[in-house]
Write a protein that binds this ligand. Structure first.
Ligand code: FAD
Length: 420
């Protein structure tokens, strides 16, 4: 029987650990933090989980949140132009927004309760060779901030060398969420994007705001302001930005109740989208595999990273069940299968950071044709389909023709929007 060592207790590491445990493969999980420490940590992300990920959660028996009545049923896109453009798309399979500290701590608890071995402590790059001798295969799933240097960057899939957005995410009181629950995706041309979603967190339902600011533009002020220096100024600035950029969310704010839920429920930072090699060979000749953000790191603009990390865990888990020799052929095959899914995610996300004009044309069509809107929103669960829609003007036109929509008719409106 082979033994697998997994470094990292994020969604990638935990989904793989739970999968292997379920299939009686001996597995050791190395986590820098206990479940309690994860619960007590700073907001790490604001993750939407789509149906393909939720199906894996059901298969693993870790679907703790579906019964809470907290699922998100639709998305409203709002482009803050003159005039504004907006449409709502309904999803055929609901999305889930759960605080990842709660989520990961619970899954780590599940793994331990089922008899899983967890070794707490940060694994250093220099420890990896030792772990490789103790296990048949070591998997690095340590996320975007740790051990990434082990895996060489792949320049042809990493077009950016700097962050294209600066991020500020927080949980707030005082924003009403209409029922059934929905997700607001706002594009403020030249400024960035602002997302608002209901999240299930420690105290129940809260409202998340995520600002994706183009560096140096007006929206960017919120990624630079320090909350702890002056909480009132910080919150007043958030409200001012909502009023200017997202009036459809601002109108649901109750200013008397509005405020950050807790100082720890705030995240500021930036991500340089980077694709790295999915495996490496150690001096001993043994191979180490990377999954999740350590392998493919995208800007969170399209909400795909955690979903893709879970998918990668599954691909690797199935490969481990089907093979017992962890050589270059194994690693290369796994990397290729993971990349087949992650490539459209990466290319769609990187393109969306600098959206070409035909994207607006598709949105104009969606604003007038509900079936188009529903399809675009549902495709977040099948990102390769949206990359097929958005990858070129010809593909966009071909997609719209399926709905009886003639793309050229929208050109005037889209150029008006661009001018605005
Ligand atoms: C603001 C924001 C919003 C986002 N929104 C979405 C979204 O809507 N949908 C989506 O799918 N994705 C989203 N993402 C991306 C998502 O958070 C990541 O893609 C996902 O968390 C990657 O999972 P992972 O398991 O690879 O890494 P991580 O989640 O980073 O987990 C790695 C874990 O490993 C542990 N660890 C790290 N280093 C070590 C070490 N040296 N030794 C031992 N343990 C270690 C840490 O405890 C860490 O938690 C968002 C990200 C951000 C920042």
């Amino acid at each position: 029987v082979n033994s697998i060592g997994i470094v990292g207790s994020g969604i990638a590491g935990l989904h793989l650990a739970l999968f292997l445990q379920q299939h009686s493969v001996p597995v050791t999980l190395y986590s820098d933090r206990t479940a309690e420490q994860i619960r007590a940590s700073r907001l790490p992300s604001t993750v939407a989980r789509f149906e393909h990920t939720r199906a894996r959660e059901r298969a693993l028996g870790v679907d703790h949140w579906s019964a809470l009545g907290h699922d998100v049923m639709w998305t409203r896109l709002y482009i803050n132009g003159e005039p504004p453009l907006t449409f709502r798309g309904d999803v055929s399979q609901p999305w889930s927004f759960v605080d990842m500290r709660l989520y990961l701590a619970t899954l780590l608890g599940d793994f331990e309760e089922r008899g899983g071995e967890v070794i707490v402590g940060a694994v250093q790059a220099s420890d990896v060779a030792r772990l490789a001798n103790e296990h048949d295969l070591v998997v690095v799933a340590s996320g975007r901030a740790s051990l990434t240097e082990l895996f060489p960057r792949v320049p042809e899939h990493s077009p950016y060398t700097q962050p294209q957005r600066r991020l500020c995410a927080g949980y707030f009181h005082g924003i009403e969420n209409p029922e059934p629950l929905g997700f607001y995706y706002t594009i403020s041309p030249g400024q960035g994007e602002i997302f608002q979603a209901p999240f299930y967190s420690f105290e129940g339902r809260v409202s998340n705001l995520l600002f994706e600011a183009i560096p140096g533009q007006g929206l960017d002020v919120i990624t630079q302001l320090r909350y702890q220096d002056d909480p009132r100024t910080f919150e007043a600035t958030v409200l001012k930005l909502l009023r200017e950029h997202v009036p459809i969310v601002y109108e649901r704010v109750n200013p008397k109740e509005f405020g950050l839920t807790r100082p720890l429920d705030l995240l500021q930072g930036a991500i340089t989208p980077t694709v790295r090699r999915g495996y490496l060979q150690l001096e001993s000749g043994k191979f180490v595999v990377a999954i999740g953000d350590v392998h493919v790191l995208n800007d969170p603009l399209l909400g795909q990273g955690a979903n893709a990390a879970s998918h990668a865990a599954w691909v690797l888990g199935e490969a481990i069940l089907n093979g017992s020799l962890y050589d270059e052929l194994f690693c290369h095959g796994v990397e290729q299968r993971i990349w087949a899914y992650a490539r459209p995610v990466t290319e769609w996300t990187n393109a969306a950071l600098q959206p070409p004009p035909h994207v607006i044309e598709v949105f104009v069509a969606a604003a007038q044709n509900k079936a188009v809107a529903d399809q675009l929103v549902d495709n977040f669960n099948a990102p390769q389909r949206n990359w097929e829609v958005f990858s070129s003007p010809e593909r966009a036109a071909s997609f719209l023709r399926q709905f009886g929509w003639n793309a050229p008719a929208s050109t005037l409106q889209s150029s008006e929007l661009r001018a605005a």
